[in-house]
Structure formats: structure tokens, C-alpha cells
Design a protein around this ligand. Structure first.
Ligand SMILES: *[C@@H]1O[C@H](CO)[C@@H](O)[C@H](O)[C@H]1NC(C)=O
Ligand SMILES: *[C@@H]1O[C@H](CO)[C@@H](O)[C@H](O)[C@H]1NC(C)=O
Ligand SMILES: *[C@@H]1O[C@H](CO)[C@@H](O)[C@H](O)[C@H]1NC(C)=O
Ligand SMILES: *[C@@H]1O[C@H](CO)[C@@H](O)[C@H](O)[C@H]1NC(C)=O
Ligand SMILES: *[C@@H]1O[C@H](CO)[C@@H](O)[C@H](O)[C@H]1NC(C)=O
Ligand SMILES: *[C@@H]1O[C@H](CO)[C@@H](O)[C@H](O)[C@H]1NC(C)=O
Length: 847
């Protein structure tokens, strides 16, 4: 895995700079949108793989595609719409086994009819539940695709059973389970947006309402091939000084028809949009009868408008419209299919409102394209909601609006100005990641300020938990929530249960919103910058601030992440001092895992001398220190520190003894039973082990390399799946010394304290940590030991992969990165040895 890393990085660097030079050359709109924002590529501080997850709960019924989630906080139920089934789970513990279930599948006849229509009977010809909302105090409302014959049903929430009769669903639900869809029930009315029947054009509809409405199709389509992503009600009537109406905002992608100059060549170009309608809209009387009179849409841009696809949106603070804002996740797509990147942008409702209050576009028939409308705008302003001032002028509802205004609305659904993100640029750009969904919440910290906390789901089943800090984002952790890579299809937060629910194709997962106990020291607790977590000095624990009565004493530093801890009290028990004894000329690895991906490893010799990578035979890697060709001057006490954000923590300490080479034939006690074997035989075994180990390692690494090459630069899933060996299993056995010298002569190299620990070994696999002096190699080497040793390596590799971000960052800073991994280093050494001593001698002896 590590071998390709350098290559991958190089290729990435090239592609990325290519992409940016190309994109920045062609990018047009947006004042500050052009800047390549490499510095926004935040690294998740912690990486938590599936095996390391704790406190999660799972729900998996006899169904797939758990993509529709509805949380009811008051009754503590999580309602789930899946393929062919609905579930009512306890939000406290979705895995408690006491769920209710509705089986709701299309009949075999329906399915075969669907198949005959040319649909896929493995994926499409089922009843995918797409819509699930609360209808009234007693009932839920659900719609399913029902093998391309959508059906809806009002479901009694208490008994959780299907009614005896269903409603026709073709006006409310998509036919195609993969089609973008969004729906809300507001005051009993259904507000749904999708493409409904076969091949029909997309539409935003209101049904179950005295005034059913839809979008206009003639003379122009208000929506072109739209794929809906999200909709939200913003209560703008609440506390409105002008008697404003509530509005529903829609976020979607659509085809841009004959737009401004730079996209003219691309007829199929798709753009992100935000649209809105007024809740009180009743349609027009003669013109725009049964159509929205308040529909307006605008371009939504984030970073590189031509290349971004909207994937997910969430809204925060939608109850107080003055502070309402949205977060949107985009993927950046280019013709290079290997290139994956995502961007997160924030939009303020005030900006969206300003765009809808700005100039309109018009379709210029002659030029067959959209251009800014420069003519006069009729009164009352087209597309606006009915407010007090309109009512005072006699416009009691949209049906009272003059024809002139409605005619204008019909032809001018698009605004001229695009909606740009807050501060004009993304909060986050992330390479190698495809976000599929996001949700967020606001967290008030013990000290008072409130922060936005986002949970971003990826296409391969990871969740990034990120806090928004000013103009950027800090990713607190990345968590692998699904063992089998699968897109995160839905995310819901419960503040009452302090839980995040994740819907995927195979199951639903419940995770705690925070796990503060993961942070063991005050430094760790504040470096995490998790708004839920603070250090409690009285109990010496990182705690969820909300659960503590006396909050004044809690330590937290969200803004900078390094202030407040008392350095003398921070340090818990120091890590135990481990001793390593090696022969002069050997290579020794002093392992030291950095728990944080943002930390830099710092090694001090004898408490003061900082070790530099590549000097004096030292190689500083992300998983330890490799001392090559050890000399007596290398003896001393080594301390491994994590340096992060200006704070330094001791992680491990070693006492290294380098003894003169050519050691004795082990006169000590442990060697006596080893002496039963002829020295040649011992040597032979050792060499065989070493050579086999080396070969296996090289083989394994080459296989990984090939696998990686095949995986291209999208190797992240593979990287992580490597980690199956698990850290716990891996750390029990460690590869300690790689020796360059095979002792042949009987020269006692005792330097006074050596206990003959490593005599007779070229490559030693030592179970456990601790003092030297393992027993001499047992006569026939059990193959299991070799296997163990090699199993240990992938666990190292995984950690290095977790930390590979650090290396990327180093190389960007122009710091000579040196060999980044010891797997690379080790394989090179083993390769060298194989060609020199080991193989030769093996050949000799095997004759
Ligand atoms: C799908 O259709 C094919 C061809 O008609 C049939 O062989 C297969 O059994 C069907 N699969 C399912 C799951 O219905
Ligand atoms: C809720 O809606 C269902 C279905 O339309 C209806 O049968 C029921 O009476 C309604 N309940 C209330 C309390 O309005
Ligand atoms: C609007 O409502 C007011 C009072 O409710 C009424 O006097 C007026 O005639 C209405 N105007 C129209 C155009 O219906
Ligand atoms: C349903 O899940 C399967 C995998 O189990 C996946 O291939 C398919 O794309 C999913 N369908 C939808 C509509 O999400
Ligand atoms: C809370 O902690 C602060 C600082 O330790 C202390 O001064 C204060 O008395 C405590 N308040 C209560 C109610 O315990
Ligand atoms: C470190 O200390 C050891 C004794 O503990 C000494 O032998 C060695 O020379 C020292 N190394 C350096 C570089 O100061």
C-alpha cells in the first residue's frame, strides 16, 4: 500500500494542479471564486475505522435501501422507509429488537409487468418507499414507487399497519427509485417535487390542498430535467414586520438551456439551482390558473460552477428566518473520472432573498439564449408573496394579481444574479471524497457561543463530523459506519437522543453525536475542538459539557484548540520506558503511533536533541522512528512526542542500547537449550525465516502495489479495508529489528549490560512489547509466527494510511518528505539484503 503512495501523490499533485490551472482559466462567474483553495482541504483529525467504532447500534430488517428516515422526537420513534417495508424503531435504541414493521411490497404480477416495461427486476421493480411524513395527529403518510405504479397510504402511527385502501401515487411520488425526489407535508398539504410519470417533465406540486398547484410548462418550462435534492419550509411569516408569507425553498440540479456565453457550447450542461414558492400562493385566476404565481429560481454556485453537482443540502435555524442558512455539499466532476473532490458551501437566506429581489433574466428568442432582462418590471413585483402592503392595496391573494404581473411571472422564472456562498468561497474542499448527504445542528458551548456542527456522509460509507469555524471547517473525525462500502443515503440528528441516524442500502446505524471519553488528556480534549466536549479538571475527564452542572470550570477552546489546559496537570501517567538492545550496524524501529492525523511526530534524544529525518541514519515516519545502521552514538533515551497546534505530548519513550557487533555465541542461560542445535543449523533456520519473511513481505507489498494501481487513485476504500487485521491484533506482535549482520563469529559483544537479547537473529519477530532477551529461535519455526509477523504489517500500514494526510501536507509545504513509510523502507532493506547475503547463503545451504 505504501509503495504506490509516492506515485499516487505525485500523480495527484499533477492532476490537481492541472485541474486547477484548467478550471481557473475557464471559470467565469463569481468575484473570488477562482482562487484555487488548496488550503481548504482539511484533514480529519481522527480516523475511526469500523472495527474501532463504539457505542453504535444497528438495525437491519428483511429489506434493503433504508433511504427514507423520519424522526419523531416527541414519541422517540425513528420511522424508516425501505425497499418493500416500513419500520418504526425506538429512537433510543434502534437495535433493541422491539420494532414494528409493515411489509409493503409490489405483487409479483406488478413486478413482472414492470419487468416487461423494460425495467430492471433486480433493482427497480420493487416498492421503494420514497415519501414518509407526519400527516396529522394520528396518521403518517407514505408513498412508494410500487414497481413503477406509485401508491400512497395514510398509516395509523399507533397500530403501524397499512390501511385497507391506498391512494393513487402518480401525482406525489416518482416512478423511478433512483430519481431525485423531495417532499414535505405542510398544514396537511403535500409539497412534492420530482419527475412524476414516465418521461414526464419535472414539477413542483402541491396536492391534498384546496388549491392544488404545479409549475408552468408553456410557453416555457420552468424546470428542465430537474433532479431534486432538498426542500425546506422557512417560516418567514413568523415575527415578520411586513406580514410576509412562509416560503418553501427547493434545491436541485437542472439542465441549463441556452444560457450565457460560456456554457453555450455545452447543450447538456447542468447547473445547481435554488427555487422558492410562497405557502399562501393560490395560483392565478385566469392566467396561471392552478399554477404557482410565486415561483422564482436562481443559480446556486459554490466553487467551480461548471463542474459541480449538488448532492445534499441542510438548513439550520429555519425557525428564525433572519438567521436561517443552508449548507450544501457538491461533488466536482470533470472528464477525468479518477478525480474526486467535494466542496461544502454555506448560503445565507438573506443572500437568497436578495437574489430573488434582484433583476430577472429573459429568454431572447432571436439569440436563443438567456440574457439579463433590462425592461420595466410591473407592480406588484412579480413572484413576490402577498404581504401587508399588497393587502392594503387590495391584493388579498395571488388570485387578485393583475394579468400583467402574471404574464411577466410566466416568462421570467429565472433571476439574473447567482446565489453565491457566504464569503464568496467554499468552507471546505476535499479531495478523494464524494459527499452524498449532509445534515447539521447548532451546538451551544458551555462558554456561550454557538457553533454549526455538520455531519457529512460519503459515497463509501464514512461520516465526517465537522465544525464550522469562521471561513473554514475543522473535521473533528472521520468514521467508517458501514463495513461494506455503500453510499450514505440519509442522515438525521436527534438532539434528545444525542444520536445520529445513518441510512444506507444495507442497514440503519445509530451513532452518538459525540464520544468525549475518547479523549484521554486535557490536550487531546481541547485539540479535538468538538463543541460537545470539554475537559473537566475536577474529574480529569473529557465530558459532554451539557451533562455537567457546574459549567464554569470546564475547559474548551473551539476557536484555537490549544488554550486552557494546565500543562503540569495535563500529563497523565507517563508512558512506560521500553528498552531496545541492538547490535551495531542493525536497523531498529521504535514504533510510535500518532493518534491524531494533524499531529507531527517529534523525536528527542536524551531529552533535548531533536532528530531530523534523513540525518545521522534517522528516518522519522508517521508510525515510528527507524534508526538505520546503528552506531554507539545512537544509544540513549528516545522520546516520541506528538506536536499539534503548538502543544506537545509524550507518546512513547525508549532506551536504546547499541552494542558492538559480532556478539558471543550466547554463553548466557537462555542460550543453553538453543545450543542443542548445531550453530549452522540455527543459522540456517534463522536465515530461512528471514528470507521467507522478506519474500512474503515483498510479495505482499507488490500485490498491494498492483492492487493499488488497479484501484487507481480511488484507493481509499482499499486502504481502509486493509485495516481488517485490526490494531489490537497487530500490536501484540511487532517487527522489532531488521538486522544487517548475521552473527557468524564467536565474539562476545557484551558491553556490560547486554543480556544477549538478539544474538543469532537477522529478523526477529518479538511478541509483545518490553525488555529484550527473547528466547533463541525454537528449532522448527512454526509458520504461524511468520504469518503473525506479516499480519502485523498491514495494521501499521493502515495507520500510516490514516496518517497519509500529514505527509501530503508536508509535501505541499515544500518540506522534503523523505521516505514516508517504513514499509517502504523495510521492503527496500529486505530487498537489498536478499540480493546480498541472505539469498546467497540460502542457495549454498539448500544444495
Ligand atoms: C428477473 O427476470 C428474469 C428474466 O425474466 C428472471 O429470470 C429472474 O428470475 C427475475 N428475477 C427476479 C428477482 O424476479
Ligand atoms: C388523519 O388523517 C386520516 C387520513 O386522512 C384520517 O382518517 C384521520 O381521521 C385524520 N385524523 C385526524 C385527527 O384528523
Ligand atoms: C380584500 O379583503 C378586504 C377585507 O377583507 C375586502 O374589503 C376587499 O374587498 C378584498 N379585496 C378584493 C380585491 O377581494
Ligand atoms: C438499493 O440497494 C442496492 C444495494 O443493496 C443498491 O445497489 C441500489 O442502488 C439501491 N437502490 C436505491 C434506489 O438506492
Ligand atoms: C463552579 O466552579 C467554579 C470554579 O471551579 C467555582 O468557583 C464555583 O464555586 C463552582 N460553582 C458551583 C455552584 O459549584
Ligand atoms: C545520550 O545519553 C547516553 C547515556 O544515557 C549517552 O551514552 C549518549 O552518548 C547520549 N547521546 C547524545 C547524543 O547525547
Amino acid at each position: 500500500m505504501e509503495l504506490p503512495f509516492g506515485a499516487e501523490r505525485k500523480m495527484w499533485g499533477r492532476l490537481w494542479s492541472l485541474l486547477f490551472s484548467f478550471l481557473t482559466a475557464t471559470a467565469v462567474p463569481g468575484p473570488s471564486l477562482r482562487r484555487p483553495s488548496r488550503e481548504l482541504d482539511a484533514t480529519p483529525r481522527m480516523t475511526i475505522s469500523y472495527e474501532e467504532l463504539s457505542g453504535t447500534r444497528h438495525f437491519k430488517g428483511q429489506a434493503q435501501n433504508y433511504s427514507t428516515l423520519l424522526l419523531e422526537e416527541a414519541s422517540a420513534r425513528l420511522l424508516v422507509g425501505a425497499r418493500g417495508a416500513l419500520f418504526s424503531l425506538s429512537a433510543r435504541d434502534i437495535g433493541d429488537g422491539a420494532h414494528k414493521e409493515i411489509y409493503w411490497e409490489a405483487s409479483p404480477e406488478m413486478q413482472s409487468k414492470c419487468h416487461q416495461k423494460g425495467k430492471n427486476n433486480q433493482t427497480e421493480c420493487f416498492n421503494h418507499v420514497r415519501f414518509l411524513q407526519r400527516l396529522n395527529a394520528t396518521h403518517l403518510y407514505a408513498c412508494g414507487t410500487h414497481a413503477f405504479q406509485p401508491l400512497c397510504a395514510a398509516i395509523d402511527a399507533e397500530t403501524f399497519t397499512l390501511p385497507s385502501s391506498f391512494e393513487e401515487g402518480k401525482e406525489k411520488c416518482p416512478y423511478d427509485p433512483a430519481r431525485g425526489f423531495t417532499g414535505l407535508i405542510i398544514d396537511g398539504g403535500l409539497y412534492t417535487a420530482t419527475r412524476y410519470e414516465f418521461r414526464s417533465i419535472p414539477d413542483i406540486r402541491r396536492s391534498h390542498h384546496p388549491h392544488s398547484l404545479r409549475t408552468e410548462e408553456a410557453p416555457m418550462h420552468w424546470l428542465n430535467d430537474a433532479e431534486f435534492v432538498f426542500s425546506v419550509l422557512v417560516r418567514e411569516s413568523k415575527a415578520s414586520a411586513v406580514g410576509d408569507d412562509d416560503k418553501i425553498y427547493y434545491f436541485f440540479m437542472e439542465r441549463e438551456e441556452g444560457s450565457s456565453s460560456f456554457t453555450q457550447s455545452r447543450s447538456n450542461h447542468r447547473v445547481a439551482r435554488v427555487a422558492r414558492v410562497c405557502k399562501g400562493d393560490l395560483g392565478g385566476k385566469k392566467i396561471l390558473q392552478k399554477k404557482w404565481t410565486s415561483f422564482l429560481k436562481a443559480r446556486l454556485i459554490c466553487h467551480i460552477p461548471q463542474y459541480e453537482t449538488l448532492r445534499g443540502v441542510c438548513s439550520l435555524d429555519a425557525d428564525t428566518s433572519a438567521r436561517t442558512h443552508f449548507y450544501a455539499a457538491f461533488t466536482l466532476t470533470t472528464q477525468w473520472k479518477t478525480l474526486e473532490a467535494s466542496a461544502i458551501c454555506r448560503y445565507d437566506l438573506a443572500e437568497v432573498q436578495a437574489v430573488f429581489a434582484g433583476p430577472y433574466m429573459e429568454y431572447q428568442d432571436g439569440a436563443r439564449r438567456w440574457g439579463r432582462y433590462e425592461g420595466g418590471v410591473p407592480e406588484p413585483r412579480p413572484g413576490s408573496c402577498i404581504t401587508d402592503s399588497l393587502r392594503s392595496r387590495g391584493y388579498n391573494s395571488s388570485q387578485d394579481l393583475p394579468s400583467l404581473v402574471l404574464d411577466f411571472v410566466k416568462l421570467h422564472p429565472l433571476m439574473a444574479r447567482p446565489v453565491v456562498p457566504t464569503r464568496g468561497r467554499p468552507l471546505l474542499l476535499k479531495r478523494n471524497v464524494r459527499y452524498t448527504h449532509l445534515t447539521g445542528t447548532q451546538v451551544t458551548t458551555p462558554a456561550g457561543p454557538t457553533y454549526d456542527l455538520l455531519f457529512l456522509g460519503t459515497a463509501d460509507g464514512w461520516i465526517h463530523k465537522a465544525i464550522v469555524l469562521g471561513s473554514g471547517m475543522h473535521i473533528i473525525e472521520e468514521t467508517q459506519v458501514f463495513r461494506k462500502p455503500q453510499p450514505v443515503e440519509n442522515l438525521v440528528i436527534s438532539l434528545m437522543q444525542h444520536s445520529l441516524y445513518v441510512g444506507g442500502s444495507s442497514e440503519v446505524i445509530q451513532l452518538p453525536l459525540s464520544s468525549c471519553s475518547r479523549y484521554r488528556s486535557c490536550y487531546d480534549c481541547i485539540l479535538a475542538r468538538d463543541p460537545y466536549c470539554s475537559w473537566d479538571p475536577s474529574t480529569h475527564a473529557c465530558v459532554a459539557g451539557t451533562t455537567i452542572a457546574n459549567r464554569t470550570a470546564l475547559i474548551q477552546d473551539i476557536e484555537r484548540g490549544n488554550r486552557g489546559c494546565d500543562s503540569s496537570r495535563n500529563t497523565g501517567p507517563p508512558p512506560p520506558l521500553k528498552t531496545r538492545s541492538v547490535l551495531r550496524g542493525d536497523d531498529v524501529l521504535l514504533p510510535c503511533d500518532q493518534p491524531s492525523n494533524l499531529a507531527r511526530a517529534l523525536w528527542l534524544l536524551n531529552g533535548s536533541k531533536g532528530l531530523t529525518d534523513g540525518q545521522d541514519g534517522y528516518r522519522v515516519g508517521v508510525d515510528g522512528l527507524l534508526v538505520t545502521d546503528t552506531q554507539p552514538k545512537h544509544s540513549g533515551n528516545y522520546g516520541c512526542y506528538a506536536e499539534e497546534n503548538g502543544l506537545r505530548t509524550l507518546l512513547a519513550s525508549y532506551h536504546l542500547m547499541v552494542r558492538p557487533a559480532t556478539p558471543a555465541p550466547a554463553p548466557q542461560a537462555p542460550a543453553t537449550h538453543g545450543a542443542q542445535l548445531a550453530p549452522d543449523m540455527r543459522l540456517l533456520y534463522v536465515l530461512a525465516i528471514a528470507a521467507l519473511g522478506g519474500l512474503c513481505l515483498i510479495l505482499a507489498l507488490s500485490l498491494l502495489y498492483v492492487a493499488c494501481l488497479q484501484g487507481g487513485s480511488r484507493g481509499r476504500q482499499r486502504k481502509y479495508s486493509l485495516g481488517r487485521a485490526g490494531r489490537a491484533g497487530g500490536s501484540a506482535v511487532q517487527l522489532q529489528t531488521v538486522s544487517g549482520q548475521c552473527p557468524g563469529e564467536d565474539d562476545d559483544g557484551d558491553d556490560g549490560e547486554g543480556t544477549g537479547g538478539l544474538e543469532g537473529s537477522c529478523l526477529q519477530i518479538i511478541p509483545g512489547e518490553g525488555t529484550p532477551a527473547p528466547p533463541p529461535p525454537p528449532p522448527p519455526p512454526p509458520p504461524a509466527e511468520l504469518t503473525n509477523g506479516l499480519v502485523a504489517l498491514p495494521s501499521r500500514l493502515r495507520r500510516m494510511n490514516g496518517n497519509s494526510y500529514v505527509l501530503l501536507r508536508q509535501s505541499n509545504n515544500g518540506v522534503p518528505a523523505g521516505p514516508c513509510s517504513f514499509a517502504e523502507e523495510l521492503s527496500r532493506i529486505l530487498e537489498k539484503r536478499k540480493h546480498t547475503q541472505l539469498v546467497e547463503q540460502l542457495d549454498e545451504s539448500s544444495v
